[in-house]
Structures are given as structure tokens and as C-alpha cells.
Design a protein. Structure first.
Length: 67
């Protein structure tokens, strides 16, 4: 049971989004000189939530297309 190419591409895009969600705030923290850790963690949680929502929506759309 091999995985079709579009699904593989979508999985890869999901991993890229997760990586962006983790490294983006890290780069912002480095640029700001870590003066604002509280707002950094708040923004980090918001970004992670956005990533989770995007991935959930894409999974839902894929599920609807299969039916």
C-alpha cells in the first residue's frame, strides 16, 4: 500500500509549516535580544495554535475530498 505523491507532498508541507512555527519565533527572540520572554512565549503559543488549526483544516478538507 504505497502513499500517493500528492499526499506525500501535503505531509511534507505540514512538516515545513511545523518547522516554521518552531523556528520563526526563535529567530524573533534572537533579533529582539531576549528582552521580552513573556510576549515571546505568548506569540509562540499563538503561532503553534495557528499551525495546528491549518493542519486540522487541511486534514478535514482531504477527508471531505475522499468521500
Amino acid at each position: 500500500m504505497s502513499t500517493p505523491l500528492p499526499v506525500m507532498r501535503r505531509i511534507a508541507r505540514g512538516f515545513a509549516l511545523i518547522l516554521l512555527g518552531w523556528t520563526g519565533p526563535g529567530a524573533l527572540l534572537l533579533i529582539s535580544g531576549s528582552r521580552i520572554p513573556n510576549s515571546y512565549w505568548y506569540g509562540f503559543m499563538v503561532l503553534d495554535g495557528l499551525m495546528a488549526v491549518i493542519i486540522l483544516v487541511e486534514m478535514y478538507v482531504r477527508f471531505r475530498q475522499q468521500r
